[in-house]
Ligand binder design. Sequence first.
Ligand code: GUN
Length: 302
Amino acid sequence: MTAKLIKGTEIREEILKEIEAEVKRIQEERGVVPGLVTILVGENPASVSYVTAKIKTAKALGFKEIQDNQPETTSEEDLLALVDKYNKDDTIHGILVQLPLPKHIDEKKVLNAIDPDKDVDGFHPVNVGRLMIGGSEVKFPPCTPAGIQEMIVRAGVETSGAEVVVVGRSNIVGKPIANMLLQKGPGANATVTVVHTRTKDLAAHCKRADILIVAAGVPGLVKPEWIKPGACVIDVGVNRVGEKISEKTGKKIAILKGDVDFDAAKEIAGWITPVPGGVGPMTITMLMKNTLNSLKFKLGLM
Ligand code: GUN
């Protein structure tokens, strides 16, 4: 193996320690803690496990936390009223409506109803606009792209002037990370290309990348010969390709595979993120950071 592993599991611990210390300091000096509410409609097993992990992390950091689970049959009107209740709650600084929502609810309408100053997911059009402008305008960068940027910076990979190729153009990962890395500023200043399903020669673009970010949702899409020797490869793919029994718990767990052929790519890349244990753990971490920052904005500390 030649590539250095960028482990999200380790970077997460560093960042969570920083957040915990700041929460303590603010609580001592100002008598308030960050408040996060997660709203889950229905019982999609993956969503239940995500929101439970989010709430558990918030609690461990000393946040006020509310896990507000609603039945699958909840109406759009009731959900909008619930969002409004938390918009008005001064002890809540972050509102997260877990996606996907049931089909009878208009996702866009619900996300747009969240107060942009409590939108710690960064999905509200106001926050998407703030991200596009960049600099001090940005309040809540979406959590997965923010995690990717942290990993690149903390691994010591130079972004300024780097050729970045992003595979995938989703609103949650591809478009925001491309936008963040091309901004003027530290951890950015890159030359960015976004490639997608209609791109003519995917391999040719990937081969040019100093930093290759893959968020396509296609297991093993990126072949080792597409990787420039010494490049930094960030694999955002979390593809469930089967099930196995966990050695730790004896329970059935998903077998996860990234979008990059890891075993071959690690012999060519300079840095690489594993799946699992790479980008995945960073998303919840950055959600905590956004929630802390929401309180800091409110207190005039940012
Ligand atoms: N569903 C899967 N990932 C996410 C996320 O980051 N935020 C929300 N709100 N829902 C999700």
